[in-house]
Write a protein of this length. Structure first.
Length: 287
């Protein structure tokens, strides 16, 4: 992508937002709202604060359409650099938040900062609060056998009134067309408002993109290890590590064999390129 588009701020059309979104204007009879996104290594990230992200999610069910949320971290950027389909998945999402301090720091270097980091954990929490408030159902797809059940139990304890209307853990690895059909059928039959998919990135987000139009679910989000966290299978890094952008180091210590290649071979060079592009972008803006 050309350097002068690297910190792209866009005003784009969105489906009609709910009444809570006050800054909407009318265009040819359709309500539209300013959506500002920043281009980081080709991935478009919403320049949005947490409260506004939650307001946007709150508006999704009323629109009568399916929506995808992606929580982008450095690993997402690294995969997106190699895989244009994944980049497209991020860029077509209805909400793409920066789930990693390196993205926030890089945005500051461009001179067009993202307001804050918004994690998948926080968005799942917000969605569960909304679901508990409105009585709308949640479907959990993925994770190792038994994990989603434990996560569901914890969710129902934490969010009084929350209803988990379906759980399904497909076999690990690539899913057959038949398996996909079965999953879509199960989800459609359960009629959830919120679908959390834990199949690991990029599979979970690409699975949502591929089936979004068939699901009839207003809010779909890839959640990575959030079900494992809720089930108590893995721990989150301490707050100070999260603030310093060191969550990856914590995870690396927990699962070195699985994660060393991801963090050191794939993500570190992506970080280097991201920093250089962001600094170049700042210079272009200053000229
Ligand atoms: N997972 C799954 N099927 C797969 C790969 C992963 O259900 O084929 C689950 C895994 O058990 C975990 C979640 O997806 O609950 C996130 O996986 P992982 O930790 O690999 O993803 P990350 O968050 O590290 O990208």
């Amino acid at each position: 992508m050309a350097a002068n588009t690297a910190a792209l701020t866009q005003m784009e059309r969105m489906p009609a937002p709910g009444a809570m979104l006050t800054s909407s204007v009318t265009h040819g009879g359709t309500s539209v709202r300013a959506r500002r996104r920043l281009d980081l290594s080709g991935a478009l990230i919403d320049q949005i604060e947490f409260e506004d992200a939650v307001s946007r999610i709150r508006s999704f069910p009323a629109s009568g359409q399916e929506h995808q949320i992606v929580t982008v971290n450095l690993d997402f950027l690294s995969i997106a650099e190699r895989d244009p389909h994944f980049r497209d998945t991020i860029n077509r999402a209805d909400l793409a938040v920066a789930d990693g301090m390196p993205l926030v720091w890089a945005s500051r270097l461009t001179g067009s900062p993202l307001p804050e980091r918004i994690t998948g954990v926080e968005l799942v929490d917000a969605c569960c609060e909304l679901a508990a408030e409105t009585g709308e159902g949640v479907f959990l797809l993925g994770a190792a056998p038994g994990v989603a059940e434990q996560a569901a139990q914890r969710m129902e304890e934490l969010y009084t009134g929350l209803k988990v209307v379906g759980i399904y853990a497909p076999p690990f690895g690539a899913l057959s067309a038949q398996e996909n059909e079965l999953i879509v059928e199960r989800i459609r039959a359960a009629k959830p408002t919120y679908l959390f998919v834990a199949l690991g990135a990029p599979r979970q987000d690409m699975w949502i993109r591929a089936h979004l139009g068939q699901l009839g679910v207003p809010v779909c989000m890839g959640v990575g290890c959030v079900l494992d966290l809720l089930a108590g299978k893995v721990n989150r890094a301490p707050q100070w590590m999260q603030r310093m952008g060191l969550e990856w180091a914590y995870r690396l210590c927990q699962e070195p064999r699985r994660l060393w290649r991801r963090y050191l071979v794939n993500d570190l060079p992506t970080l280097g390129r991201l920093v250089l592009r962001s600094m170049r972008e700042r210079r272009v803006r200053a000229d």
